[in-house]
Design a protein around this ligand. Structure first.
Ligand code: SAM
Length: 194
């Protein structure tokens, strides 16, 4: 099995209802974003898969995730990477995600509650960065914290619609940007919001 096939297989088996504990749980099997409280959402599963595949993970990757949310995306990252650093600004969401991921047996995730717009400098650089909330522009701190040869997936645009961007930093530090299509995320709160 190729890594992408393994990721797809895991995605199919991962029970999304474990990441929802409100009245929307019964809709966990639908390919839709669903409310998780605090005006936030668990992302649409097919989009979580797509973003994960574009990240081109490997077992050596140290990954920074901005927007832990329910922890659903975090589980995919944790399964296929070496270590994850996940930042969430809403402490109640982070706490629940920590409990869920711990129950699932993941020991390679470090959590921080706070504003992740400026990354998490302490553990930089990161081979992969994923932002699961919409930014107005790409935070320069995240570009700086991306390792040489690294990749970042981030939605950038306006409130109504954002462009999903794949940012690559080559071995010389050159940045290239590829557009992966239109998406709609809740805002990345802070100085880089849309
Ligand atoms: N990927 C998550 C999942 O699978 O459940 C969904 C993430 S949700 C669409 C976006 C998350 O980003 C929310 O939980 C929100 O609180 C968080 N967020 C927004 N701005 C943030 C910031 N500046 N720093 C950290 N987290 C932020």
């Amino acid at each position: 099995m190729s890594l992408n096939e393994e990721i797809f297989d895991f995605y199919k088996r991962l029970d999304r209802s474990l990441f929802i504990d409100n009245e929307f749980r019964e809709y966990a099997g639908e390919d839709k974003a669903l409310p998780i409280g605090f005006e936030q959402t668990i992302s649409q599963p097919s989009l979580v898969l797509e973003m994960t595949l574009h990240l081109d993970l490997n077992k050596e990757s140290k990954v920074l995730e901005i927007g832990t949310g329910s922890g659903y995306q975090t589980a995919l990252l944790a399964e296929f990477s070496r270590e994850i650093y996940s930042v969430e600004r809403i402490s109640e969401l982070s706490q629940k995600a920590q409990e869920r991921l711990s129950k699932l047996g993941y020991k390679n995730v470090s959590f921080r509650v706070g504003d992740g717009s400026e990354g998490w400098i302490q553990y930089a650089p990161y081979e992969r960065i994923i932002v699961t909330a919409g930014a107005g522009i790409i935070p320069k701190e995240l570009i700086e914290q991306l390792a040489l040869g690294g990749k970042m997936v981030i939605p950038v645009g306006k409130k109504e619609v954002q462009e999903l961007n794949l940012i690559s930093k080559d071995k010389q530090g050159e940045i290239t940007k590829e557009s992966l299509g239109k998406v709609r995320f809740v805002p990345l709160v802070g100085k880089y919001t849309y």
